[in-house]
Design a binder for this molecule. Sequence first.
Ligand SMILES: Cc1cc2nc3c(=O)[nH]c(=O)nc-3n(C[C@H](O)[C@H](O)[C@H](O)COP(=O)(O)OP(=O)(O)OC[C@H]3O[C@@H](n4cnc5c(N)ncnc54)[C@H](O)[C@@H]3O)c2cc1C
Length: 478
Amino acid sequence: MSATQLVWFRNDLRTLDHTALSAAAMKGPVVGIYLACRQQWRSHGHGANKISFLHRGVIALAEELKALNIPLLYRDIDDFDAAPGTLLEAARRIDAQALHFNREYPLDEQRRDERVTDEFTQAGLALFDYTDHIAFEPGELLTGQNEYYKVFTPFSRAWHQRVGADQLALRDTPRRQARLDIASDRIPALAERDRSDIVPPQPSKIQEAPWPAGQEAAADRLADFLRQRARRYNDDRDFPAIAGTSELSAYLATGMISHRQCLQAVMANNGGHLADGDAGLASWTNELVWREFYQHIAVGFPRVCRHRPFKLETDKLNWRHSDKDFAAWCEGRTGFPLVDAAMRQLVATGWMHNRLRMVTAMFLSKHLLLDWRRGEAFFMEHLVDGDFASNNGGWQWAASTGTDASPYFRIFNPTTQSRRFDPEATFIAQWLPELADLPAKNRHEPSAEQRHKTGYPPAIVDHKFARERALEAFKNLG
Ligand SMILES: Cc1cc2nc3c(=O)[nH]c(=O)nc-3n(C[C@H](O)[C@H](O)[C@H](O)COP(=O)(O)OP(=O)(O)OC[C@H]3O[C@@H](n4cnc5c(N)ncnc54)[C@H](O)[C@@H]3O)c2cc1C
């Protein structure tokens, strides 16, 4: 009989189109394992929404595996260092001959995987790792000078030129295997553990209902998007009052759906094309390539994993220190309605529309001139889709410290953004009920009297003054 294969599930909580699972099942009977690592949550600053989503995703995965007769082992570990020993112990207990996993790219995860590889090699056990989370392994797409791309457009061009069946073909789902004499572990409820330790800091209510976990929920969401919104994506994607985007980010970030499943769905609906054909579908594909671009950046420029800016000269920026202004931003009390509505959406739902992520991030880093890393961390605490590479990439773009960043003199006027992307101020009315009864034009910028009457705060800073201050700070970098 062929030897048992251990598959380590990480950011790939699904059985469909799973490279490591598919490859392992060709070699022998499979057992899965999941390590819930507190240090990993802490080091990424994940909050309750993301941790709960992950946890529910593991429970869904256990059911999906059960349908294939694949047992799932589950271990709680405190830190990255515990991973190699825990995996080795599990492999020995079930007499596994090999460990399989899909690669992860943040620096701490890469180091952990190197240690796991060393330990398994020393123990004489085989180890196989695979590219799965993105189409190309970081380092596979390089410029003519053999360097990582620093700008998105040429990266995207190279991606489209090179992508083919190897990267896009769906991996086989294993057939239901013969039942093994190995029981799945019971997955303890999160509430059974010390939440104050593992769930920093607690939002008032964890958002579960809008984010059902598992690959079926993800597939339904993709089908719904393709049926109803994908062809209008290019027109609607910038308007937060319209549900015009896929809202698949949390599923992609945890691997409850793969980018290949998304891209195959695009091709099936677009005459086999990714970059051409329907403008909505081509534009959506472009966003998936942005997601991949930022993963490559995290590997090519590991300083970004160490809280450093991509553009090193911006390390010298003189950020302001104001806990009061930061709290006003976090709590949606800046007196700029679109910014406040967006921040309230984030805290209430664990998600924020992309246009608003750009507006609020730029407001914090440019208007308030507060360190973008504070905003990055606050987003991570609340986002259900929190993903290091995309969050860091988005923040550094907005703060003009990053790769392909918006130039420092590009400073969104939040009121103009509001009139342009929420023309009827419906999004503002939804999240700022105190302004809902004002005429739409005043909801963008209430008068002093209207602010006084509704209790809505005065603007925290004057736009023109803030813009000049930010320009000055960037100019002084020399
Ligand atoms: C400051 C800031 C922070 C961000 N933090 C995160 C984060 O932690 N996690 C995250 O997944 N995305 C992040 N993004 C990117 C983007 O805002 C979200 O991916 C998007 O809003 C998710 O909604 P959606 O699934 O409906 O996206 P869609 O518009 O339907 O796009 C499809 C998918 O493409 C990817 N994508 C879309 N836009 C981007 C982008 N600009 N960069 C990278 N990937 C993208 C996502 O996986 C998304 O699910 C951030 C952007 C900014 C400006």
